[in-house]
Design a protein around this ligand. Structure first.
Ligand code: DO4
Ligand code: MG
Length: 284
């Protein structure tokens, strides 16, 4: 089952189940009043099924999809694929050994990526920092956890990154990663019970400029150097999440070093079992 957050033409915000090009609104209750409440249930799929029983489907094009997040923090793991390690070592000669070491260390790189107000949903703009010159999207499978740190679903994440700022000095990482409209999430959450086996989850990135594809790349979760459970275990060490948490799991697709995003580009990320997250890029 795929759960989306949407705004109806009336302005009302709701939660719906998506199937093909149709959305079935959920009749929210006092107990299950939000997406977070449903993800918090012992069996989110059963709760959502019960809440949609008397609702009629509406075409997806008649609603506005919102980022599938309420008050969760968004975290990210880094250097979980060889491609990310190599690209980082190229962009930062001074800090090359940091990336090499973290790739092989038991403790992963984890960082706070975004608070909900910095997140863009499907079709909403993602931003290039005004003070950055070398920028890329990072297509990342994103884990959705409830307050008990149970992995309840998956969504698509775009970990927008300023490579010149990060490459200048690794201590600038938070500035390279965290700013207004720095994180894409969506288009919905696929419940964990509905995802394909991990070995079959592919991730594809396409960047379009003036309607032409200027970069394409793909990878698969089977290329990840760490397991989801390992990353969640480290995230939860002496760390609690009163509204649940989402975690991007790192990028395995990095354009060559002569590529940078331009304002006006459109970034499409497709992940098996979820769908496609598409965002236009803005700057300034
Ligand atoms: O170390 C820098 C960030 C790494 C990252 O975001 C990634 O590998 O996806
Ligand atoms: Mg990343």
């Amino acid at each position: 089952m795929k759960l989306a957050k949407y705004r109806a033409p009336s302005g009302e915000v709701g939660v719906g189940s998506v199937s093909g090009d149709q959305l079935t609104p959920l009749a929210l209750t006092e107990q299950y009043a939000s997406l977070t409440d449903i993800l918090e249930a012992e069996a989110p799929g059963q709760v959502a099924t019960a809440l949609m029983e008397s609702s009629a489907q509406v075409p997806l094009v008649e609603v506005t999809l919102l980022p599938p997040i309420d008050a969760q923090e968004v975290w990210a793991a880094g250097v979980t694929y060889t491609r990310s390690k190599t690209a980082r070592m190229e962009e930062s000669e001074a800090a090359a050994s940091c990336y090499d070491r973290v790739y092989a260390s038991p403790r992963p790189e984890l960082f706070m990526k975004a608070t909900p107000h910095r997140v863009s949903g499907p079709g909403q703009p993602l931003r290039i920092r005004a003070d950055a010159e070398w920028n890329v999207p990072e297509p990342e499978l994103t884990l959705v956890m409830n307050t008990r740190l149970q992995l309840v679903g998956f969504t698509i994440g775009n970990d927008m990154s300023s490579r010149d700022i990060e490459g200048d000095n690794p201590l600038y990482l938070p500035q390279a990663k965290v700013y207004n409209q720095c994180a894409g999430l969506g288009p919905w959450i696929t419940l964990a019970t509905a995802m394909p086996p991990r070995a079959e989850i592919g991730i594809a990135l396409a960047i379009r400029r003036h309607g032409q594809v200027v970069f394409e790349g793909q990878t698969g979760i089977d290329q990840m150097a760490r397991t989801f459970e390992e990353l969640i275990g480290w995230l939860g060490r002496d760390n609690s999440f009163p509204a649940g948490v989402m975690m991007m799991t790192g990028t395995g697709v990095v354009p060559d070093s002569d590529f940078t995003l331009h304002p006006g580009d459109v970034v499409d990320i497709t992940i098996d079992g979820i769908g496609t997250l598409s965002n236009p890029i803005v700057q300034g």
